[in-house]
Ligand binder design. Sequence first.
Ligand code: G3P
Ligand code: MG
Length: 355
Amino acid sequence: SPFFYRQLYSSSNPASFGVAFDIDGVLLRGSNPIGGSPRALKRFYDASGTLKVPYVFLTNGGGVPESKRAKELGSLLDVNILPLQVIQGHSPFKQLVRRFENELVVAVGKGEPAEVMSEYGFKDVLSIDEYASYFDNIDPLAQYKKWTDKQDGNQSSKSKHIALSNDPCSQRVAAVFVASDSVDWSRDIQVLCDILRTGGLPGKEIAHQPPLFFANDDLAYQALFPSERLGMGAFRIAVESVFNAIHPAALKYTSYGKPNPSVFKNAETVLMHVLQSCHNNNQVDGRKQLFKTLYMIGDNPSVDIKGARQAGSPWFSILTRTGVFKGKENHDDFPADLVVDTVEEAVDYILSKEC
Ligand code: G3P
Ligand code: MG
């Protein structure tokens, strides 16, 4: 309504709230919209399709660049999404560009992990698929993996990288980034152990472990199957247990994503930019503006709700029952400020409270 719009954006009372949506288990299961999500998001736009409420997607998922994810989400959820509004588990990796700018790094996970890293500015990055293809017999089980056509050495991707730099087999891997869920745990655990225990030179002597980064540490997440699926945190446990059993020094790693407080701090900054873009960048002074309430709508108590609670004011947590959490009341260990059935109910609550 015009009143709503005025209340949000008048210069005397600038937008006082913003919203962060978790994706898996809140807006989507697999690629299916759930909980009335397209209808719920539409309420944040006016009749001409202009964004009225600053909101972001705050997901631990990933595997495609933010610009591409914005387009994919836009067509699944039937709204116009800016790349700026998409914060994925691996988004913080871009802060590490300077440190590894011209060194070889390996990117792991489903989708296009190397493209994700290239878009962040990493100059010499190989997906683990491509990296493994340079080493004959690195995966003794490859011949049994009927789903892959990589057994022949993947000539096309080989030539692509050789044109760019040295032979990857003799080039030290400076860091490994697990950007999204591992597709082939057995191959990835093998190759990661090879890289990590040799200082980045598989097949060579034991040496100091290169840095290892994970985009999130989710033990489980909600996809299409009725019960939750093993996530990157489960893969991390597998890598860590195997590595610690074969290597004298314990695995060192850093995990990003929710529930880390820095993710929520960053989301607040991004929401401010989204608010500014709602105003064509000229009506809101980002240095003065403070949100009164930021709503986190999530399905995973130990990730979304724990994170919002730890982040403290101005975060307000809303737990839906469409994903990991399926309880009747609130969660015992990480109770949310509000529990609802669906994201549509959450948006109803927010708009009734704010307008
Ligand atoms: O792989 C995705 C999963 O770990 C979490 O996604 O959107 O629920 O944070 P999301
Ligand atoms: Mg989720």
